[in-house]
Write a protein that binds this ligand. Structure first.
Ligand code: PEP
Ligand code: MN
Length: 262
């Protein structure tokens, strides 16, 4: 992953856009695939707002085993249908080696969540598929741990890796996680891989998503992973941090004004 060995930025094609290089990419969508209507409405909202890909989980890593765990294969089916219908590539999480082939068959980018950042067997398996991997920083991981986790994927032959800063756990409890934005320019100076920021899980608070998104753009991130829900009040997971469609539009408008002057 080192820039010393590979000085040029890795650019990962994604639909009509690309992650890394010159573009600033916004990937958006609900935390989870809930219902066909929820997904379709949210997909339409993020597409209209200017997202380049649709995110949503069919396999959800929940703190409690009694919380909604995602629809699994049926969720993947709904998600890929929604993506095709709306004309957006899709990003979705895989949690287990046994599901890698199925998830990779549906996803344009396969996500590894914070909790699995050091699931080395899973990372190795993902190193052997021909799909880009979005690797999220573990909430107790140092930057070095993240870079070495990425190395597991590259070492197996898959160099299409995107890193994602999504906040780490600190002594601060007012905010869900502490979004480590200093990690962005630090990592970008040392690796050729693109770096996204997830201000949704990074803060857990809807009203902090806009300011932290602008900050992410200002510190050199290659894009964002943002949670948006057609009706966050009834979301099955992460409603408190999910943007209303109108807030997503406002975020995209502010980004549109900021990016040209950076
Ligand atoms: C997610 O993006 O849906 C998610 C579960 O994030 P994280 O793994 O960063 O908690
Ligand atoms: Mn979520």
């Amino acid at each position: 992953v080192s820039r010393e060995l590979h000085p040029h930025d890795t650019v990962i094609p994604l639909g009509r856009s690309a992650i890394g290089g010159r573009d600033f990419c916004v990937i958006a969508g609900p935390c989870a695939v809930e219902t066909p209507d929820q997904l379709r409405a949210t997909a339409r909202a993020v597409k209209n707002g200017g997202a380049v890909a649709l995110r949503a989980g069919a396999y959800k890593p929940r703190t409690s085993p009694y919380s909604f765990q995602g629809h699994g294969p049926d969720g993947l089916q709904l998600l890929s249908e929604a993506g095709r219908e709306i004309g957006l590539p899709i990003v979705t999480e895989v949690m287990e080696i046994a599901d890698v082939d199925l998830v990779a068959a549906h996803a344009d980018i396969v996500q590894v969540g914070a909790r699995n950042m050091q699931n080395f067997a899973l990372l190795r398996a993902l190193g052997r598929i021909g799909k880009p991997i979005l690797l999220k920083r573990g909430f107790a991981a140092r930057i070095e741990d993240l870079l070495l986790a990425a190395e597991y994927i590259l070492a197996e032959g898959n160099d299409q890796v995107i890193l994602c800063e999504r906040g780490i756990r600190t002594f601060e409890t007012a905010i869900r996680n502490t979004l480590d934005l200093a990690a962005v320019p630090y990592i970008k100076a040392r690796t050729h891989l693109p770096v996204l920021v997830d201000p949704s899980h990074g803060t857990g608070i809807r009203d902090l998503v806009l300011p932290m998104s602008l900050a992410a753009a200002a510190c050199g991130a290659d894009g964002l992973l943002v949670e948006v829900h057609e009706d966050p009040a009834v979301a099955w997971s992460d409603g408190e941090q999910s943007l209303y469609p109108a807030q997503f539009d406002a975020l995209m408008a502010k980004l549109g004004a900021l990016l040209p002057i950076l």
